[in-house]
Design a protein around this ligand. Structure first.
Ligand code: SAM
Length: 298
């Protein structure tokens, strides 16, 4: 009887624990959902900065960029921009993860972010803790980025926006796990300086991933006179050959790995694969900051 009582007690106790555990689990689940909703609902932080332009950029360049900063102009129409945001651009991260073995995590810096679609997409990855989103235009960061984050359902509580010139950013050395950029390097006044700066702020073993850089394909090599044109906001655009990019990375002592990018599907995938580099050129640049190895003397 005593045994039965204690059995009953322990079973009640056990059920009690189970019950409270279940309730606890349910509460935690709701709390989690609530936190995720909240995280996506709050505005990302914005840090004001003054005198952030280096000697490689000028206030006039920023003003020019801001005067025509509407991304739908760049993409031809509002509809085309919205389609790119929802369908085309989000294909990059799965491609980088699956085809290039890039596992984004930790603290990430985006340079030349503009409307910041890449920051928005990266913020949704579970292993990404923090995203610092920079551009030399504060207007783009303040007005466009929040709209893009909303559209992409970004995890805004992880994101901090702040103006910075990618030639000299003022961040601590060895600070970021990743630096990323989309369609940015060819706008640099001094590309080698940008690469040196990116390398400086990366932690040893950290990676720089650059996507959507225009590369001059083989079939257009002869018409090099057309290489310099105007980009968004009248910014100068340099279309470099792959050899030129490789040389710039070499000068920055940043060993480059070039990956062919192909986001097409079905038959188009195979056609694009064959002509990549010839009629058009789509590459991703992935660079690792090698940890410094100290030679031991015998
Ligand atoms: C072609 S847009 C790319 C924007 C965005 N990353 C994207 O994929 O849509 C290039 C961006 O680089 C920025 N930029 C140009 N020069 C810069 C500089 N010196 N420092 C920081 N950002 C700069 C421009 O403001 C612009 O937003």
């Amino acid at each position: 009887m005593r045994g039965q009582k204690s059995n009953l007690k322990s079973s009640i106790g056990f059920r009690g624990v189970l019950c409270s555990e279940r309730t606890g689990l349910r509460t935690r689940l709701w709390l989690g959902i609530f936190q995720v909703c909240l995280a996506n609902d709050i505005e990302s932080k914005y840090l004001e900065r003054k005198d952030y332009l280096s000697r490689y950029a000028h206030q006039r360049m920023v003003q020019k960029r801001e005067a025509s900063s509407d991304p739908s102009q760049e993409y031809g129409s509002e509809k085309a921009w919205s389609r790119a945001l929802k369908e085309d651009l989000p294909r990059f991260i799965p491609f980088l993860q699956k085809k290039c073995g890039v596992e984004f995590h930790g603290r990430i810096l985006e340079i030349g972010a503009g409307g910041a679609w890449l920051s928005g997409e990266l913020s949704k990855l579970p292993r990404v803790v923090e995203v610092v989103t920079t551009d030399f235009s504060s207007k783009l960061l303040k007005e466009h980025a929040p709209q893009v984050f909303k559209l992409l359902k970004a995890h805004t509580s992880k994101i901090t926006r702040m103006p910075a010139d990618f030639h000299e950013m003022g961040f601590r050395t060895n600070y970021f796990d990743f630096v990323v950029s989309s369609s940015v390097l060819h706008h640099a006044t001094n590309i080698v300086q940008v690469l040196r700066e990116v390398k400086r702020v990366l932690k040893p073993g950290g990676r720089y991933v650059a996507i959507r850089e225009p590369v001059w394909p083989l079939m257009k090599m002869k018409s090099r006179s057309k290489r310099s044109k105007s980009g968004p906001g009248g910014l100068p655009v340099n279309t470099y050959t792959l050899a030129h990019y490789k040389e710039s990375f070499k000068q920055a002592a940043f060993p480059l790995e070039v990956k062919r990018v192909n986001l097409s599907r079905g038959l188009k995938y195979y056609v694009d694969k064959m002509v990549n580099g010839i009629t058009h050129a789509r590459f991703a640049f992935i660079v690792i900051k090698r940890p410094v190895t100290h030679k031991t003397t015998a």
